[in-house]
Design a binder for this molecule. Structure first.
Ligand code: COA
Ligand code: ZN
Length: 292
């Protein structure tokens, strides 16, 4: 067996000094297809489970329970605490069971409904590939991949705002869209997320841009989406040219209020290109697959 210089840190983690400097990561954006669903489901659950704006990892089964939603970290902490106290870790303080806020079957069906089997659905996913540089020099990149994770997604679908109003229960949506954009046809930017360990480095911007390009190429004129007024992402979206179209009460989300933002896609694209002129050459390419 090859000997390895492994160092154990105080935290208990191990670092392999013989290999750590010889890995690099590569990002790849691919068009979302049926082959991605199994990997996308846990990524989706992680994204909405780990951030303050949503905290949608577990929920109490009892309707109207004040404890409501739990993030991944809250859930893990209380699991340990309750076990130590000899209490059932999967129960809420009210005594009811904690269940997945977005269980895997629901998420999988959601992706199928909105993208895979939707006639006007389209999306992109971002992979982070870990490559062994030594092997890469010898055998080429494709043979040197030693890790592959789906770290982000952006998808949506073309629809009529009157139908969307009913489907998503957004009162007043259709007229608000018509007043702002002179028509009901929209591209609904349904989901956009990046796992927290990869946030803040441009992955989300890249995915947002790729989805926008794909929507423009498919002939869509207006992009709209629903969001939470406290979501940090709103500042970037407003900067890219989206404006508030509607604000309404939605008791099932944290904070109880939702917003709909919208913009004309070609104008947004122009603003986006001006703001991100330098980065655009290095990102914004959709690969046909993991082709390297
Ligand atoms: C929104 C999100 C997809 C952006 O992905 P990202 O890879 O972090 O994006 P970028 O690094 O390209 O930064 C783009 C914007 O994302 C937001 N962002 C960046 N880091 C973030 C973080 N750690 N947490 C939340 N939002 C963040 C900021 O608004 C940023 O714009 P800014 O530079 O003006 O602050 C990602 O942060 C996320 O998944 N957040 C949780 C889910 C969510 O809010 N989805 C969108 C609402 S529907
Ligand atoms: Zn409860």
């Amino acid at each position: 067996m090859r000997s390895k210089k492994v160092i154990t840190l105080e935290s208990g983690h191990t670092v392999n000094h013989a290999t750590q400097k010889r890995h690099r990561t590569i990002g790849r954006v691919c068009r979302l297809g049926p082959e991605h669903v199994d990997l996308l489901v846990p990524t989706y659950r992680q994204v909405y489970g780990e951030v303050m704006e949503w905290d949608e990892y577990k929920r109490c089964e009892a309707e109207g329970c004040q404890n409501g939603l739990f993030s991944i970290s809250e859930y893990l902490q209380r699991y340990q605490d309750r076990r130590q106290k000899g209490e059932n870790p999967n129960h809420c303080d009210c005594g009811a069971l904690l269940v997945d806020r977005w269980d895997s079957d629901t998420v999988s069906a959601h992706i199928h409904d909105e993208v895979i089997s939707h006639p006007q659905g389209l999306g992109v996913v971002q992979f982070q590939l870990l490559v062994n540089e030594d092997k890469e020099r010898e055998l080429g990149t494709a043979a040197a991949i030693i890790g592959c994770a789906l770290v982000g997604f952006a998808w949506g679908y073309g629809t009529d705002a009157r139908q969307l109003e009913k489907e998503k229960s957004i009162p007043g949506l259709a007229e608000a869209v018509n007043q702002n954009f002179g028509g009901y046809e929209v591209f609904y930017q349904s989901e956009w997320g990046v796992v927290s360990l990869c946030r803040g480095t441009g992955v989300g911007t890249n995915l947002f841009f790729c989805r926008m390009q794909a929507a423009i190429n498919a002939g869509h004129r207006v992009g709209i989406f629903r969001t939470n007024p406290n979501a940090r992402s709103n500042s970037a979206e407003r900067r890219w040219g989206y404006r508030e179209v509607l604000r309404y009460s939605e008791p099932t989300v944290k904070g109880g209020i939702s917003l709909v933002l919208g913009g004309e896609l070609k104008k947004v694209q122009q603003t986006f290109e001006e703001l991100h002129a330098q980065e655009l050459s290095s990102f914004a390419h959709i690969s046909p697959g993991l082709n390297l």
